[in-house]
Each structure stands twice: as structure tokens, then as C-alpha cells.
Design a protein around this ligand. Structure first.
Ligand SMILES: [Zn+2]
Length: 266
């Protein structure tokens, strides 16, 4: 039937038109995609070179893991994680006794205990919280703390109630860098004698610059009698870039001041 033929022809034409349309659509999309991609690459390159020129790009220290893909790769090697809360507490404690509004001669180091929990998977040791103990001459204050069983037991019992244990200690090095001094080394040996995997966290709050969390975690290797950096993971999605601003905001609260006076109070 001629009518049928006509109908068939229409169907074929329509089908062909559709196929051409689809092909064109794909080609156009591909072209747009390629263009956008190359534009993005050159844009990224330009931005990166500009930032490097202005020294705004500094690689994050190798022991500090912030990118999720890095996180996955290194997760097997990382045996320690630390909570955002612990970092904020150590940083605010350190800054309370050494900050720009205090004369430098009055700056002093702070000392505290790290409360941990053990896990069977991922980073085995999680530093849940930090407990400020005191400030002053670190060698003597830590020595007193370790020798005075009533002080040590008080903290031990408090942590036990919370399901944590003393997994190490922290102290600050306001503006003098991250390392263990020979005294710190001796002090830490006492912690590792109590629990072999104890860690020593050293914080220099003046290293918190948007690229660094401002601390390192160390452990002594008994065989070589040296201390090593222990890689760690920050739990709780604390963005290292936000840390300086966060601390600036938190510092008045720590010192019992209002973060901002109401206009009617001024
Ligand atoms: Zn020290």
C-alpha cells in the first residue's frame, strides 16, 4: 500500500533526524567539555603559579594529613588520630600563657595530659581529649606531677570514669619550635615506662599559621634511644586554614572575656 510506504518513509526520516540530532548533541557536548577542561587547566596553572610567586602555597607538613585522598593512602600507616577538641584545648591552653598581649618575659610553657582510647581498626590510638594540668618550668612541674601519686591518681581516675586512659602528655614551646629537648626526652621516658606506646605532643602556638596545626607527636624508640615523629590524623574535619581565626575567636572566651562588647557597653 502506498500509504504504508509513505508512513514507513516518515518513520525512517524521523528516526534518522533523531540520530543526527543525538550525534550533534554529543559532539557539541564533547567540544564544550574539552574547552572547559583546557580552560580550567590553564586557569589552575595560572592560579598556582601566582600563589607560588606570592609564597602563599606552602606544602602541608608530611605528618599532617588533611586531604581525603591522602588520608586513604596513608590510613594504613597512621596509628594515631587526634580529636578537634583536643587540638583546640591544647592550643588555647598554650596561648593563655604566651600570647601577643603578654610581655614575652612573662610567657611560659604549659603542661597537660592526653586522654586516649584504643581501637581495633584504623588508627589504633585515638587521642580523645587533652586535660590541662599546670604551667611553668616544665621539667619541674612534670616531675612533681609524676612523683606526686595523689595528683597522678586524680587524673587517672577522672579519665577512667570517661572510658579513657593516660596515653601521653603535652607541653608547649611558645615560639621556640617543635622538638623534644633532652629534658623532655627524659620526661617522656617516664611516660613510656608506664605505657610503652605513650606519646609526647609538643605545641608551638606561633606555628599555627593556616598551613600547620602547630604541633607534632613524638615517641621514643628504645632500641635506638632516639625520638621519632609519629604520623597522625585529625578527626572531626578541622580545617587547618580555619584554625588561626578560630583561635583568635576562642582566646577571649578562654580568658573569661566577652568575644565582642555590645555597643551599649562601649
Ligand atoms: Zn620542651
Amino acid at each position: 500500500m502506498p500509504e504504508d510506504d509513505e508512513l514507513n518513509e516518515d518513520v525512517i526520516k524521523e528516526d534518522l533526524k533523531q540520530q543526527i540530532k543525538e550525534k550533534l548533541k554529543k559532539e557539541i557536548l564533547n567540544e564544550v567539555y574539552t574547552e572547559l577542561k583546557s580552560e580550567k587547566e590553564s586557569l589552575t596553572e595560572a592560579v598556582v603559579s601566582r600563589l607560588s610567586e606570592e609564597h602563599l602555597l606552602t606544602p602541608v607538613e608530611s605528618t599532617q594529613i588533611t586531604e581525603p585522598n591522602q588520608e586513604e593512602e596513608l590510613l594504613d600507616k597512621v596509628t594515631i588520630s587526634i580529636s578537634t577538641k583536643a587540638i583546640l584545648k591544647i592550643a588555647t591552653h598554650s596561648l593563655r600563657f604566651a600570647n601577643r598581649s603578654l610581655p614575652k618575659r612573662e610567657w611560659c610553657e604549659v603542661f597537660g595530659i592526653l586522654g586516649g582510647k584504643m581501637y581495633d581498626y584504623g588508627p589504633k590510638l585515638h587521642i580523645v581529649n587533652a586535660y590541662p594540668i599546670t604551667h611553668g618550668d616544665i621539667v619541674s612541674v612534670v616531675d612533681v606531677f609524676m612523683r606526686d601519686s595523689s595528683k597522678f591518681t586524680k587524673v587517672f581516675k577522672h579519665l577512667k570514669k570517661l572510658g579513657q586512659f593516660i596515653c601521653g602528655w603535652y607541653h608547649s614551646h611558645p615560639s621556640h619550635g617543635l622538638f623534644l629537648s633532652s629534658d623532655d626526652f627524659e620526661t617522656h621516658l617516664n611516660f613510656q615506662k608506664q605505657w610503652e606506646d605513650s606519646v609526647a605532643l609538643v605545641m608551638d602556638p606561633f606555628k599555627i599559621d593556616g598551613y600547620s596545626y602547630g604541633f607534632e607527636i613524638y615517641r621514643v624508640d628504645f632500641k635506638s634511644n632516639r625520638y621519632n615523629k609519629v604520623p597522625f590524623l585529625v578527626k572531626g574535619a578541622l580545617d587547618v586554614r580555619a584554625l588561626p581565626e578560630l583561635l583568635e575567636f576562642l582566646s577571649p572566651i578562654v580568658e573569661n572575656k566577652a568575644t565582642d562588647l555590645e555597643f551599649e557597653e562601649r
